[in-house]
Write a protein that binds this ligand. Sequence first.
Ligand SMILES: Cc1cc2nc3c(=O)[nH]c(=O)nc-3n(C[C@H](O)[C@H](O)[C@H](O)COP(=O)(O)O)c2cc1C
Length: 305
Amino acid sequence: MSGIDLSVKVGSLKLKNPILLASGTVGYGNEIAQFTDLSKLGGIVTKSLSLKPRKGNPPQRITETPSGMLNAIGLANVGVEVFIKEKIPFLKKLNTTLICNIAASSIEEYVECTKILNDEETIQAFEINVSCPNVKEGGLVFGNDIKSVGRITEQVRKATNKPLIIKLSPNVPKISDFAEVVMKEGGDAVSAINTLVGTSFDIKTRRPKIKNITGGLSGPAIKPIALAKVLEIKRNVDIPIIGIGGIMDWKDAIEFMIVGASAVQLGTVNFINPNAGIEIIDGMESYCEQYSVNRIEELTGSFQL
Ligand SMILES: Cc1cc2nc3c(=O)[nH]c(=O)nc-3n(C[C@H](O)[C@H](O)[C@H](O)COP(=O)(O)O)c2cc1C
């Protein structure tokens, strides 16, 4: 035992350490449980849940890219009812913080999902995925429209007293404007970033490698972009940030905290090493020992320019 305090606060949400597993990369926890000890993590974020079950996009849905991957899963999920019936009992037994990620096609659906899930004690916070098309506005992606992000935050805020985190899209000109609207409308924190739009073609067939043509780029390729977005938010808006994007090891996690993240999420790395979370926590603890950091929280936003 090093005596270093690894606990962090993300607004009112207290975590035993800053490492969370990112939405969509570990299912509902059950998919990764046999490969790692989930109880040692700061928390897990569920795959995006919608009101009704969704099949997602047809395959091919994933392809590797240099230093990353593209995915167009299309928000496949079991829907809130099955989640409560079949997934919560397992999650209840884990001694870790559960954050429920919600995706929807209308503001009403975001609110409805939140209301239904809000009664579940096991769920300690909500993360709202705004990178979804708004069916009522002809498919415009909510997360790329500042007014929509403001309205979603305002409306979901009314539906829950639990910590509310809005997961921001990097596919916008100025991400800090979005973080500001989240703060003004009562959000507790922002997660940054979701995936960047990308594509990849097979030069022999001249066809896209994924059926949806474009997909979300994740992994080490996006880390410098994600760091720049976190830094931009930190320097402009007074709101806690959860850093996400290409974190592969403890050094990456520390770097995100230094530029402004209160906690971080691991996504793509879980497909390569499902035990990465625990290894990263150990590495962060050693770093703190070496640099005489008594409370890991001290790292957040401690950058020197
Ligand atoms: C296969 C896959 C599925 C994902 N599904 C979701 C999702 O359902 N909801 C969401 O908010 N983000 C989803 N994401 C985005 C991740 O949570 C994360 O923001 C992104 O991958 C960047 O982090 P990384 O570079 O560590 O993977 C998904 C990512 C991947 C790779």
